[in-house]
Design a protein around this ligand. Structure first.
Ligand code: ARG
Length: 247
C-alpha cells in the first residue's frame, strides 16, 4: 500500500506544479468559435477565452502557450497531457464530466437556430423543424449536434467539421437550419447579413461553459475557481466580456 501511494504521488504532482516548473501555461482550444476563440487576419488566435487565458498566465506569473486542437480530439489531447487545460467554450455536460473535471462555469449559453430566410413565419421554434422534410446541421462532437439529434430527431441531421462550413451550407440553401451556441449564431448572422437567414434566438438548452482539467487535480481546480471568483468581482471579467459581446 505504501509503494502504491508513493507511485501515485510521483506520477501525478498536479498540473499547477508542472506549470510552475515549466514556466508556461499550455491552453488547449479549437479556434473558429466566435467570440471565444477565432483566428484574426494576422493568423493570431484571439477571443474571450484567449484574453482570459492571458490573465490566467499573468496571475500564475508564467508564459502562455495556446495549443490549437481539433474539437473532436480535444478531450483525449487533455488526457494525454498535450496541454494543461481546455479553455474552448466547452459546455459542462454530465457525460464529459465523467472523464474530465470542470471549474465553476464562467458563462451560461444555449442552443439557438439560424434558419433559411424562406422559412420565416413557418419555423419559430426548434419544434417546428422536427419533420423528415427538414435538413438541419451542426458541428461534429458538439452540444449543438447532441441537441439536434435529441430534440429534433425527425429532421435529417448533417454533421460539419467546422461551424463556418455549417453556416455556409445554410447560406447556400443546402440545409434549412443550423443549430449552434447562441453567441456564435448571433455573430455569424451579423457578419453574413440577414438576407439568407434569420435567428431564432431564444435558447432551447441550458449550457454552462467551463474550463476543463484532468480528473482528480484538486489543487488546480482550487486555483481556477478562486481565480474566477477574483476576476468576476474585480472588473476584469466585465472588461473582457464587454470587449467580445455586444449587448
Ligand atoms: N459549447 C459547445 C460544446 O461544448 C461548442 C463549443 C465549441 N468550441 C470550440 N472552440 N470550437 O460542444
Amino acid at each position: 500500500a505504501l509503494t502504491l501511494a508513493l507511485c501515485a504521488s510521483t506520477v501525478f504532482a498536479g498540473a499547477l506544479e508542472e506549470i510552475q516548473k515549466r514556466g508556461k501555461l499550455r491552453v488547449g482550444m479549437e479556434p473558429g468559435y466566435m467570440p471565444f476563440e477565432l483566428v484574426n487576419q494576422k493568423g493570431e488566435i484571439i477571443g474571450f477565452d484567449v484574453d482570459m487565458a492571458k490573465r490566467m498566465a499573468a496571475a500564475m506569473e508564467v508564459e502562455l502557450e495556446l495549443v490549437s486542437t481539433a474539437w473532436d480530439g480535444i478531450i483525449p489531447a487533455l488526457l494525454t497531457d498535450k496541454f494543461d487545460i481546455i479553455m474552448s467554450g466547452m459546455t459542462l455536460t454530465q457525460q464529459r464530466n465523467m472523464s474530465i473535471n470542470f471549474a465553476e462555469p464562467y458563462i451560461v449559453i444555449g442552443q439557438t437556430l439560424l434558419v433559411a430566410k424562406q422559412l420565416e413565419g413557418t419555423i419559430t421554434s426548434y419544434k417546428d423543424l422536427n419533420d423528415a422534410k427538414y435538413k438541419i446541421g451542426s458541428k461534429l462532437g458538439t452540444t449543438g449536434e447532441q441537441a439536434a439529434k435529441r430534440m429534433i430527431p425527425n429532421a435529417t441531421y448533417i454533421s460539419y467539421e467546422t461551424e463556418q462550413e455549417g453556416v455556409l451550407e445554410l447560406v447556400n440553401g443546402k440545409i434549412d437550419a443550423f443549430v449552434y451556441d447562441l453567441p456564435y449564431n448571433a455573430i455569424a448572422i451579423g457578419q453574413r447579413g440577414d438576407d439568407k437567414m434569420y435567428h431564432v434566438d431564444t435558447p432551447f438548452t441550458y449550457e454552462p461553459l467551463a474550463w476543463a482539467v484532468r480528473k482528480g487535480d484538486h489543487d488546480f481546480l482550487n486555483w481556477l475557481n478562486h481565480f474566477l471568483f477574483q476576476v468576476k468581482n474585480d472588473g476584469t471579467y466585465d472588461k473582457i466580456y464587454h470587449k467580445w459581446f455586444v449587448d
